[in-house]
Design a protein around this ligand. Structure first.
Ligand SMILES: Cc1cc2nc3c(=O)[nH]c(=O)nc-3n(C[C@H](O)[C@H](O)[C@H](O)COP(=O)(O)O)c2cc1C
Ligand SMILES: [Mn+2]
Length: 445
């Protein structure tokens, strides 16, 4: 048994064991009414956002099992790791700086290889159609793993739109997987994993240099077992599904797709992947990740907090970073510093933009402000900011493809930082919240 605080007996840290644990605790919402993959499941998950949801009555695929909103709060993620909320970011920082090799197991010991389907028919799997104007049914929780002779392994999320029995259109931004494909002259073997544990999901969302193996970061977060497929690609041995195949140079329309911002992303030409084999556990659970909902937001934003923390740490004493859900968990951050020099706030603003390239607005506060409480942050802006002195505006910066207000072709955007720290010397003014006499209110009411 791998030791991890809070884990159940014989827990290898798999997706299904975490789902099972939520079921035992009574925190998993079991859908009692049959649910359609077409819009209905997404609607139910949205209505129950913030709570893990499970359904084994999918109308279109009898016998299929799905789980969603599984890692939709920091508390759930911390529960998986057996740590407290404030330990999460240091844990991510540690894993990025101390990657370690997963344990490679034989095929016969890998649950994900229990069943192999050579005849691929994607309509047999519970792949949801999320939003009315989406371009098709979508995999949104799929983590793609690929190898390059020189760089080694890469692991990243890519949504996949179903366009045929064994074909999907894969959204690939110009990052590491795209680089691997170019180096392989346009065609590359890949394996997409669905139902991976949270250490793999977080590692796949982390942005590190090309050549750094994200599965080693995952293993450092929590012990990971991998198994080697015939293609040579190693995948998490305890995952629910692996979709194996080849990314081709054929380009098709991909989208529209409701993305993180809860707006429809535009249609673009993207590569086709031909799926050649599907491996899965017996009685697999498909991980449905609802775009724009809390689980998607947390997985996108939180793994950028350590990179902001590292950059801010180079110019000031950084006490915390929160990529806030109101900013789509991507475009906004609040950074806390222990101020020692007058320009710490402004330097922290510039550093935060370096730590997360898609960041558009950042507020820097002192450590007496609760970065997880929007009212506390607003209070700091209200009482500590004079806009003519405390704003940093950066024109014509490279922004995020997800921001509908950025230039649609170049993604050019204007960025803003607010230094909401109090001055080092108060000059007779009061910037601290007054303290009240401590009272036991039960005694008075
Ligand atoms: C839930 C989720 C979905 C994502 N979808 C995509 C996607 O469809 N295409 C893409 O290129 N990146 C997507 N990403 C972002 C990449 O996973 C992320 O940028 C990652 O750092 C890229 O890995 P790389 O640095 O190895 O290239 C998604 C991230 C998350 C958390
Ligand atoms: Mn990478």
């Amino acid at each position: 048994m791998l030791s991890r605080g809070g884990a159940v007996e014989n827990d290898r840290g798999s997706f299904r064991e975490f789902v099972e644990k939520q079921k035992q605790k009574g925190t998993l919402v079991l859908l009692k009414k049959p649910c359609s993959l077409s819009l209905e499941l997404a609607g139910v998950m949205k209505a129950l956002d913030g709570k893990p949801v499970y359904c084994d009555k999918i109308k279109e695929v009898p016998g299929a099992r799905v789980a969603g909103n599984v890692f939709c709060t920091r508390e759930l993620i911390c529960e998986y790791f057996g740590i407290r909320n404030e330990e999460l970011m240091p844990k991510l920082v540690h894993a990025i700086n101390n990657p370690s090799k997963p344990e490679l197991v034989e095929g016969k010991n890998a649950p994900v290889l229990e069943v192999t389907e050579q005849e691929v028919d994607l309509s047999k799997f519970p792949i949801p159609f999320h939003a009315p104007k989406d371009g098709g049914p979508y995999f949104a929780s799929a983590v793609g793993i690929a190898n390059d002779k020189e760089y080694g392994r890469n692991c990243s999320f890519h949504r996949m739109m179903v366009i045929g029995k064994d074909r999907v259109a894969v959204r690939i931004l110009p990052r590491h997987l795209e680089e691997f494909i170019k180096r392989a002259e346009g065609e590359l073997e890949v394996a997409f994993v669905v139902g991976a544990p949270i250490n793999v999901l977080l590692a796949a969302a982390i942005s590190v240099e090309i050549g750094k193996d994200e599965l080693q970061i995952a293993n450092s977060l929590a012990p990971l077992r991998t198994v080697r497929l015939e293609s040579g690609i190693e995948v998490p041995a305890d995952a629910e599904y692996v979709f194996e195949g080849r990314i081709t140079s054929e380009m098709v329309d991909e989208g529209p797709f409701v993305d993180l911002t809860e707006t429809y992303d535009i249609v673009r030409k993207q590569r086709v992947m031909k799926i050649t084999k599907v491996h899965h556990r017996k009685n697999p659970i498909f991980h449905v990740l609802l775009p724009g909902a809390l689980e998607h937001k947390l997985l996108m934003g939180m793994p950028r907090e350590p990179t902001i923390f590292n950059e801010v740490g180079k110019v000031a004493e950084c006490k915390g970073v929160n990529i806030t859900p109101g900013g789509c968990s991507w475009l906004h951050a609040v950074v806390a510093v222990r101020k020692k020099k007058d320009d710490d706030g402004k330097n922290a603003i510039e550093a935060a933009f370096r730590g997360h390239k898609s960041l558009k607005h950042v507020v820097v506060v002192d450590e007496d402000i609760d970065i997880y409480d929007p009212e506390s942050v607003e209070w700091a802006i209200a009482t500590r900011v004079q806009a003519d002195k405390r704003l940093v505006i950066k024109h014509n910066e490279k922004g995020s493809s997800l921001d509908p207000s950025a230039d649609p072709n170049t993604y050019a955007t204007t960025k803003m930082g607010v230094d909401a720290t109090k001055p080092l010397v108060a000059h007779g003014k009061n910037f601290e919240k007054a303290e009240w006499k401590a009272i036991k209110k039960e005694e008075y009411v």
